[in-house]
Design a protein around this ligand. Sequence first.
Ligand code: FRU
Length: 470
Amino acid sequence: MTHSAWRMGFHLMPPTGWLNDPNGLCQFDGTYHVFHQYSPTWPEPHAPRGWGHATSRDLVHWEHHGMVICPDTPDEASGSYSGCAVEVGEGATRRLRLYYTGNVKEQGDFDYVRTGRRAAQILIESPDGFELGEKRVLLRNADYPADCTCHVRDPKVWRDADGTWWMILGARNIDDCGMVLALRSDDGIVWHNSHEIRSDEPFGFMWECPDRIVLDGRAFLSCCPQGMADRPWAHGMRDQSGYFTLPEGCDLTDTNLKIDVSTFRLWDAGFDFYAPQTFVDEQGRTLLIGWMGMPEAPFESAPDGLDWCHCLTVPRVLARLADGAIVQQPAPELEQLREAEEALVPLGATVLEGRRHDIEVLGTEGPFSLTLDGALRLAFDGEQLSLAFIGNDASLIGAGRTERTCPLDKLTDLRILIDGSAVEIFANGGRIAMATRWFPTAESLVVALEGSSMSVHAWQMGDGMHSTYA
Ligand code: FRU
């Protein structure tokens, strides 16, 4: 087994280097653009962080274009951080605007919370997503409200039906509470502070990567609250990623909006998921892509000296259920990569050739488990769904990952995407998603099923990423 078998075939990743947050997600003239936080020279210490760029016509076959936004101006000396893409103009003047945060850490004796850090919001225009115009600084720390610390970043920009431009920024206030700043503009260039979006009770010290989602007329605030390790559901992780449901008829533009923290739901119950971003594609679908990694994780994502680290999740189509939950399902385009259907025995173990598979289990009843290579076990016991590394090789194959659980009273169906060292699981029509990395050591995959299920299908999957590193 070579390390190249740990590369992904349908989870976006760069040829080498470090990847984190998805940025600037959009579809423009049919082409899907996925930018992402990228340090191509990682693992070199202090490798510069900018935006990598990948494109696809079908969300399945990707081309990677390297680092396209570099931290090469004084306002982003310590990194061209996360941001978004918005379309503007008509006809011949139609173009993309990329908004992102320039991060600067001053040299000296600073706490880097109240002092020593600068966060500028920067704009680049592009006629096509490839050719990038001049950088223009739109906002600096002095422009944010006085109760902000230096942590203000990750712009998400949209336009209202009446043409007003809105920007939300993740922020940490001087009381160390996470919040969102809302700014408004007539042209997307000159911005004015509008209001602060805070929660009814403290919910972490900083909210990273805020996003606004609207599904069937209902608005949601997605964000990544930091400082959550002591919550009973947090598995000890400082940083979490989820969404708040806004009251019916409310939006982030309401100046007296208060976030009800009891509506918070995690996006993903697996080990490796953070900083997702959504966009609406040309078919009107809301798609979410997350970083399949975690800041400050107590486990490894590049064991054995790999010269690349992390990948993104597959694009997930979002839909809203009547009970308020958002379901996430892999974009149907992924089915294009299905090759030969593989016979998988519904009970017992099957050996599948290769390391890329799409498995569908329908009609499960009662306790159920699916174990991969005797090491990664997904189990439902009537009360919870758990994902755990087990057996003698647990610490090697999990690279420090142990167990994740989430409450569940009935398991009806599963979709499991296995792709090199990435696994994504969708349960009950996408009500639960679980993303994890793993580092298997065998050439073929052993899938063992226990419990009852009506039907099981498995397909070998092709490689949509080959042109990024061949
Ligand atoms: C989230 C994050 C963002 C920031 C980026 C830097 O993972 O910390 O807040 O813009 O990563 O790479």
